[in-house]
Each structure stands twice: as structure tokens, then as C-alpha cells.
Design a protein around this ligand. Sequence first.
Ligand SMILES: [Zn+2]
Ligand SMILES: [Zn+2]
Length: 114
Amino acid sequence: LFQEEGINQHNFEKKVTGLKKHRLVEPMDRLEDRMCKKHNRLLELFCQTEQECVCLLCTEGDHKSHPVVPLKEEYEVKSALLGKIEADVQQMIQERKLKIKEIKDTVEYRRSHT
Ligand SMILES: [Zn+2]
Ligand SMILES: [Zn+2]
């Protein structure tokens, strides 16, 4: 019975983590945040020098000498990175929990067998 409980708990946490991850990859929802205030164009590029979103016309002007990447790509890399960090943390928590459970089990075992 104890074992089964552990599995259910694990599945539940997996689901929660999955939901959190889903939130991270949600696109920016306010349209004005995705428009260039200078050129009134969609911000579809990301300036790596200034770490900000730029539009196509920006790359022809202020950001002409700056390396830019398509915004979607940069966004996905960052999301993937965040997802990975979260997964690592979750794994660490799981491992720690397992360790504690192991210790508890050992104590229980010793108690019932002495
Ligand atoms: Zn612009
Ligand atoms: Zn720039």
C-alpha cells in the first residue's frame, strides 16, 4: 500500500510540472508588447547585443551592426532552458524524497524486526 501511494504522488507531481511547463511556453498575450513602438511593426527578431525584441526595420537602422535571431527561436531556446532547469530541480526534489523514504523504510524495517 505504501508503495502505491508513492507512485500516485509521483504521477501527481509530474502532472503539476507539466502544467507549469505549459505556462512557460505560452506566447506573449498583449499585442502591444509585440509591436515595435518606433516602427509600429511586429517584433519578430531578437537583438542579441541589447537582449531585446526588434522589428525588421530596426535591424536596418539602430541595430544594423547587431546580431539578431528570429524571435521565435530565441524564445524557444529560453523556454527549453527554463524547462530543463525546472526538470533538474524536480528531479533533485524527487531524489531527496526517495532518500528520505529509504531512510524511513529502513527505520520502519528495523523497528518491526527487532
Ligand atoms: Zn522597429
Ligand atoms: Zn541591437
